[in-house]
Design a protein around this ligand. Sequence first.
Ligand code: LHQ
Length: 255
Amino acid sequence: MATIETHVSGSVLTIELNRPTRLNALNATLLEELSEALSAAEDPAVRAVLLTGRGGAFSAGQDLQEAGVGGLDYQEHLERYNRIVLQMRRLPKPVVAAIEGVAAGAGMALTLAADMRVAGRDAVFVTAFARIGLVPDSGMTFTLPRTVGWGRAFELLALSPEIPAERALELGLVNRLSEPGRARDDALTLARELAGGPTRTYALIKEGLNASARLGLEETLELEAQLQKVAGSSSDHREGVAAFLEKRRANFEGR
Ligand code: LHQ
């Protein structure tokens, strides 16, 4: 059985982690299939991606049965994770993660590589790495302090507390909460809304946010001007202004 299921609905591609009996723990096969699914998301007909897990969990992180005790070449294995994180961050369209149940270790890191997160009120986040003597990977050293601040990031990484959904919302780890069992549907509604937006502009927003992590103010101002030049010549910009002046809803085509 495939460890990744994909479904297309309109211009939203849903990618579902599918190892429910292991809480969607991430093994080499799943990571390869996830990478393929993210490559398929580059199709211009796809204007937003929903990433979720089957069976009431997002993901318990690295499959520790596969890893065993000292059974994996971590550096080699991490190339799979790193490729996926970069695919998500570089994908020129929004990625929304829907989290039901647990998101632990690299599973939590994948949610942070998404652009927005919708979690069920019964969801739980755990950094988990230090519980088994590992350092954070899959970009979490980068994404977590930028999301919750340095001091909180250290605490969450060092002590690995279980972070209930309400606390995750307070910390900014998630954008929205849903009633239990509703996160996927609510995230799909959000992804559909984003898919009807100015997709090219969203790509430029991602590019600017990605770059902001490494640029100073002067370079950021320069990059914003470059990105604005591109956005300003898009047909969605013309449509957005025309819709405003004509007091109607914009019909964005993602160009
Ligand atoms: C699992 C797992 C799991 C296998 C539950 N693996 N079976 C990257 C690259 C290279 C190397 C290493 O690491 C990394 C990054 C990482 O992701 S490190 C972090 C790895 N993840 C963890 O340490 C989390 C381990 N799991 C847990 O602590 C708990 O299972 C959590 C808190 C996630 C959920 O607890 P419960 O809701 O009580 O569920 P459970 O523990 O009963 O699990 C249900 C089943 O799933 C169980 O199987 P069983 O056959 O006994 O029913 C678990 O063994 C299995 N499972 N996580 N990561």
